[in-house]
Design a protein around this ligand. Structure first.
Ligand code: PMP
Length: 430
């Protein structure tokens, strides 16, 4: 595969953009080589500047659940742009969007739109603090909640990939109010709560983690957190930026039957446009300005183009529940194919999967938390990544990421990915 134009663009990019990219993982540092510069995408395929085509399992890190440039979203956006791009004033579409989110997500009685997942989690924590009058919160090692200062403690995703889970630039004062526990370790959370009586405002987590690779909650973990928060008056926040509208119509909270007090959303609710949202119990949400004292605002929040894309996406998902069955079938077919190849090759690597999210970990250990995810052979993952890329399959360029499948993946695509996987494993282990 020829990557000449991508290489030229990357050389130029590095002169004027830190690391040549606008978000760290894109730089391919974890896997080596030159990032592929994308020109366009349609359905299950992305096309790069050199004219190469890839079946892709990133889907913009989640939003493109129906595949790229889906005609419904395309039409909604092209209709909207004729009515101008931003008003900074209320619109009908925002009301429809809020009503739809409230009807779909079990925990959400009121919701505020923002412009990214980062904004959603920052605002949710501020609100939980304002509501409870407490300063500290608990997050989990290897979970990623965007790049807000207080979340860059033991953070997952790119922060984990680059060995900077605790970022310079975050003051000690801020860091002191973020307590961390190992994922899936309820006893550790209980200890933290006991050691900080009456001081914990919130517990925030990815109910299924995507950001240390795909990691599922063990039986009883989410329920245990729910009971603990009820007992201690702590606001339970599910960060469903990745899992929302993906693992079920009502997200992971519907799939696992545990309702948090607040939920943060992003990605799919914008249909690929920059959107986030935070919502939850009415009494908590009514602490937000202008009804309540907790301030949060945004010039472009509820942007009409973004709302149009997101509304088209959510309406479709709301009215087409079979999408979730379809995604589960696609996920199972792919993973069954991978498992068959692994056993044929005598390998026992770990695959974690739920619905349309999965990670193949290059470790033989069960992966249930960040330390076990880190037992993966990272150089081997890098070679696997490039072997797949050369076979026309574009994966997330780090072991500590989940893949995101879309409904655009049809049987021949799935067969091709399974074949590429088997060939790639053979190649890197030869
Ligand atoms: N929360 C989670 C669970 C995420 O996965 C991400 C981003 N991948 C964020 C928050 C931050 O979202 P954004 O990149 O839109 O700021």
């Amino acid at each position: 595969m020829d990557h000449t134009i991508s290489q030229q663009l990357f050389a130029k990019a590095q002169q004027v953009i830190p690391g040549g990219v606008n978000s760290p993982v894109r730089a391919f540092r974890a896997v080596g080589g030159t990032p592929v510069f994308i020109k366009s995408a349609k359905g299950a395929y992305v096309y790069d500047e050199d004219g190469n085509r890839y079946l892709e399992l990133i889907n913009s890190w989640g939003p493109m659940i129906l595949g790229h440039a889906h005609e419904l979203i395309e039409k909604a956006v092209s209709d909207a742009i004729r009515q101008s791009f931003s008003f900074g004033a209320p619109t009908r579409k925002e009301v429809e969007m809020a009503e739809l989110i409230v009807s779909m997500v079990p925990s959400v009685e009121k919701v505020r739109m923002v412009n990214s997942g980062t904004e959603a989690t920052m605002s949710a924590i501020r609100l939980a603090r304002g509501y409870t009058g407490r300063d500290k919160f608990i997050k989990f090692e290897g979970n990623y909640h965007g790049h807000g200062d207080s979340f860059l403690i033991a953070a997952g995703s790119g922060a984990a990939t680059f060995g900077t889970p605790d970022s310079p630039g975050v003051t000690r004062g801020v860091a002191n109010d973020t307590l961390t526990a190992p994922y899936n370790d309820l006893a550790a959370v209980q200890k933290l709560v006991e050691a900080n009586p009456g001081q914990i405002a919130a517990i925030i987590l990815e109910p299924v983690v995507g950001n240390m690779g795909c990691v599922l909650p063990v039986e009883g973990f989410l329920q245990g957190l729910r009971a603990l928060c009820d007992k201690e008056g702590i606001v339970l926040i599910f960060d469903e930026v990745m899992t929302g509208f993906r693992l079920a119509r009502g997200g992971a909270q519907e799939r696992f039957g545990v309702t948090p007090d607040m939920t943060t959303l992003g990605k799919i609710i914008g249909g690929g446009m920059p959107v986030g949202a935070y919502g939850g119990r009415r009494d908590i949400m009514d602490y937000v300005s202008p009804v309540g004292p907790v301030y949060q605002a945004g010039t472009l929040s509820g942007n009409p183009i973004a709302m149009s894309a997101g509304l088209a996406m959510l309406k479709y998902l709301n009215e087409t529940p079979e999408v979730y069955r379809q995604l589960d079938v696609i996920g199972s077919k792919l993973i069954n194919g991978f498992k068959a190849s692994l056993s044929k090759l005598g390998l026992s690597y770990t695959i974690n999967q739920v619905g349309s999210m999965y990670t193949l970990f290059f470790t033989e250990q069960a992966v249930t938390d960040f330390p076990s995810a880190k037992t993966s052979n990272l150089p081997l993952f890098g070679r696997y990544f490039h072997a797949m890329l050369e076979r026309g399959v574009y994966l997330g360029p780090s072991q500590f990421e989940s893949m995101f499948l879309s409904t655009a993946l049809e049987a021949p695509h799935i067969d091709k990915i399974i074949k590429a996987n088997e060939e790639s494993l053979k190649e890197i282990l030869a």
